[in-house]
Design a protein around this ligand. Structure first.
Ligand code: ADP
Ligand code: MG
Length: 177
């Protein structure tokens, strides 16, 4: 996928209540304006990368890109599970992510029994954990993109304004689309 690594940032919005948190795997949802910016070659499935909330520390993440039932599956959804235990929810805050690599295609949620689904997601988290230990991935953790997400007055839901705060390297990646 030529668009990887892919940087984006946006406000955390309410999801469609599939009960991720009840399964122990909460997923922070991006608004449609962030989803709309996704390059066409980013297919549905599970990705790993780095994420931070507001000005907080950078954590490992896994992201699911799927078809959004709210929009009759005409629009994608981007749901990030940050591999960290937070004390509180962070709806309305700014989530910055870099998607680095692809783990697997989307599995039909409905076709899986719950236990198998949870096992699959646990495996994804384990794989993300291992991959992100590689030195080449640690570099992206230190990227300027994560340095001052809130210091410039950005439209919180826009990936394009966020680009103004990016390092030259990341800017290039975002402007390529
Ligand atoms: P929703 O359907 O609103 O997305 P979820 O059950 O998926 O509800 O929970 C997601 C919310 O949980 C996030 O928006 C965030 O505020 C909170 N949250 C707490 N811990 C995490 C985490 N480790 N990763 C992602 N979201 C988290
Ligand atoms: Mg969610």
């Amino acid at each position: 996928m030529k668009s990887l690594p892919y940087f984006c940032r946006g406000e955390v919005v309410r999801g469609f209540g599939r009960g991720s948190k009840e399964l122990g795997i909460p997923t922070a949802n991006f608004p449609t304006c962030v989803v709309e910016q996704l390059p066409a070659d980013i297919s549905t499935g599970i990705y790993y990368g780095w994420a931070c909330v507001d000005n907080g520390p950078v954590h490992k993440m896994v992201m699911s890109i799927g078809w959004n039932p709210y929009y009759k599956n005409t629009m994608k959804s981007m749901e990030t599970h940050v591999i960290h235990t937070f004390k509180e929810d962070f709806y309305g805050q700014t989530l910055s992510v870099v998607m680095i690599g692809y783990i697997r295609p989307e599995k039909g949620f409905d076709s899986l029994v719950l236990d198998a689904l949870i096992t699959a997601i646990r495996n994804d988290i384990e794989e993300a954990n291992q991959k992100l230990e590689l030195p080449e991935h640690q570099k992206l953790k230190e990227d300027n993109f994560f340095k001052d997400p809130l210091d410039t007055p950005v439209d919180k839901t826009s990936t394009s304004t966020a680009a103004s705060t990016l390092s030259t390297e990341s800017k290039h990646i975002m402007n390529g689309h």
